[in-house]
Ligand binder design. Structure first.
Ligand SMILES: Nc1nc2c(ncn2[C@@H]2O[C@H](COP(=O)(O)OP(=O)(O)OP(=O)(O)O)[C@@H](O)[C@H]2O)c(=O)[nH]1
Ligand SMILES: *[C@@H]1O[C@H](CO)[C@@H](O)[C@H](O)[C@H]1NC(C)=O
Ligand SMILES: *[C@@H]1O[C@H](CO)[C@@H](O)[C@H](O)[C@H]1NC(C)=O
Length: 496
């Protein structure tokens, strides 16, 4: 079992990154230490585990199976470990980032400038967090400060490593570098040597033991106060001119870029600086995400020549995947959520509203004062929760456009139930002319990749020749933003 676990570490793409040359050794050391602790404290730990985790999380419903999966390629054929991964080797990778060094000269080290937003969101979907993180990381960059990042936290109050999503046991938090790399997560910035690299919170606490704490509401309310661009300009001015080295936004305040900022059409006023920001230009998914795409691409596009690199990473800047149509079909919570969206008269997310996008959404007549007529509800559902027939019709019509020339493969990004997704797949194949149709359910993912599968899907959607998304979804809108940074023609980005 120990051998199998060590295999897990040595297969990790993180161990192969140039800046992480000690991680194999440390993994070995770590495991040895862990083994000793395990054998000396196992009985006590078992009792503790039973009462603290096993019983409260209801794990007895699942049969606990041994972790003996490292030698196989297709993890789905084997029983899954009883608990989610803890990504410890990725936390270790983050701890060892070379910028975590107080002796480094300005703008890093003990004389550097730092920005930590303790009031950023948690407990929401990954894409709500990502939207805000892109803005916060840009704010740090524009005010010449090092961005301080936290893990993606699903359940900050969880005492241990795990939490629940519905009746599924999930990690309470996931290190940022399991999801993204690039400047936002501490990666080097290619074309700007004066930009201080991002750091983790533990290093911030060390290098900034007494930060200046400022409230999150110092920017005046009033006209424009819900516009991302307005808020950004005010905050950059403030944080750039402050001479205080270390700044922490008070964690008890609301976010400076609340979720509704990203829902508004005014968001696109941020595009002029966003398009130039290294945070977006050099946005890159993590090695864990990239290696999942690389491993599965031959299933999605069998003729692919995209072989990537031996360490599992793919060519960056990313290239379009020719011949691929990716569609994002939001189900699950959206079966109820779309109904609420109609009652709030919700429009598309900000990044989905560029005037050059062909598919626009107008709130239909019949939505007023919190009431929705059946006809108006039908309009919402067609775009927010399309049924099989509506999906087939939309794909058939998009296929007639010049941008769709050469499409042969469909990838369905979805959180739908397998039956629903498979039925759609069969109907699309019956439509004729498609070489392959695959879905998120067909992906072969490692145990660590399973809990970040939405990011894996996003990298595929980002690179697809044509993409059709759900205008209200933040997963779609971030995918659309990333496509835009790749200079796809606007007509290659569509919505239901
Ligand atoms: N693998 C995968 N998961 C998805 C997809 N769409 C939604 N999900 C998952 O559905 C679950 C619930 O979504 P949220 O966490 O609310 O999603 P979000 O990422 O904030 O985005 P939206 O709710 O779409 O605005 C999450 O676990 C998502 O990762 C998809 O296309 N592929
Ligand atoms: C920290 O930075 C200093 C100055 O660049 C360098 O000499 C030293 O080797 C670094 N320490 C580590 C542990 O990398
Ligand atoms: C909505 O409510 C307002 C104020 O109560 C009213 O003036 C208006 O006519 C209502 N609109 C519809 C469509 O019912």
């Amino acid at each position: 079992m120990l051998g199998a676990m060590f295999n897990l570490f040595s297969r990790s793409p993180y161990a192969l990154l140039p800046s992480d040359n000690n991680s194999r050794q440390s993994a070995r050391k770590y495991l040895t230490k862990r083994t000793i602790i395990f054998w000396t404290s196992a009985p006590a730990a078992f009792i503790l585990f039973y009462f603290a985790v096993f019983r409260p999380l209801g794990l007895w419903k699942k049969s606990a199976t041994p972790l003996a999966v490292a030698e196989v390629d297709d993890w789905r054929d084997y029983p899954e470990p009883p608990l989610p991964p803890d990504y410890e080797h990725i936390y270790e990778f983050e701890r060892k980032l070379p910028q975590h060094n107080q002796s480094l000269p300005f703008p890093e080290g003990s004389t550097g400038r730092y920005f930590y937003s303790a009031n950023h969101a948690d407990t929401s979907g990954w894409n709500n967090i990502l939207q805000e993180y892109i803005f916060l990381a840009h704010l740090a960059y524009a005010s010449q400060r090092s961005f301080v990042f936290d893990p993606y936290e699903w359940d900050p109050k969880a005492k241990g490593k795990w939490s629940k999503f519905g009746d599924k046991v999930v990690p309470a938090r996931i290190p940022l570098n399991a999801l993204v790399s690039g400047p936002m997560a501490g990666g080097p910035v290619k074309n700007d040597r004066t930009m201080p690299r991002a750091v983790n919170k533990a290093y911030f606490d060390k290098v900034c033991p007494h930060p200046t704490v400022i409230p999150g509401d110092v920017v005046p309310e009033g006209v424009g106060s819900t516009d991302g661009n307005f808020i950004m300009v005010k905050w950059v001015k403030k944080l750039l001119t402050m001479t205080d080295r270390c700044i922490r936004l008070d964690g008890s305040n609301s976010q400076i870029f609340p979720y509704y900022v990203f829902g508004m059409a005014s968001l696109i006023e941020s595009w002029p600086w966003m398009s130039e920001s290294p945070i977006l230009r050099e946005f890159r998914w993590s090695p864990l995400v990239e290696s999942a795409v690389l491993k599965n691409l031959h299933r999605i596009v069998p003729s692919t020549t995209d072989e990537g690199y031996p360490d599992g990473q793919i060519q960056f800047p990313y290239k379009p995947i020719h011949g691929l149509l990716a569609v994002h079909i939001r189900r699950g919570d959206y079966i109820d959520h779309c109904w609420y969206l109609a009652h709030y008269a919700a429009t598309f997310q900000g990044w989905n509203t560029f005037p050059e996008y062909v598919d626009k959404f107008q709130v239909p007549a019949g939505v007023a004062n919190g009431t929705v007529t059946p006809e108006a509800m039908e309009v919402y559902m067609e775009h927010c929760l399309p049924n099989h027939a509506q999906v087939l019709a939309k794909i058939a019509s998009v296929r007639q456009t010049p941008e769709a020339k050469g499409l042969k493969h469909i990838f369905i990004m979805t959180n739908a139930k397998a039956d629903w997704a498979n039925e759609l797949k069969d109907k699309l194949m019956a439509q004729g002319g498609w070489d392959t149709v695959t879905t998120s359910r067909d992906m072969h993912l490692s145990w660590e990749q399973k809990f970040i599968s939405q990011a894996v899907d996003m990298l595929i959607g980002q690179r697809a020749q044509v993409f059709i998304g759900n205008g209200w979804s933040s997963l779609t809108s971030n995918t659309v933003l990333l496509r835009r940074s790749m200079d796809f023609l606007p007509r290659a980005t569509r919505f239901w």
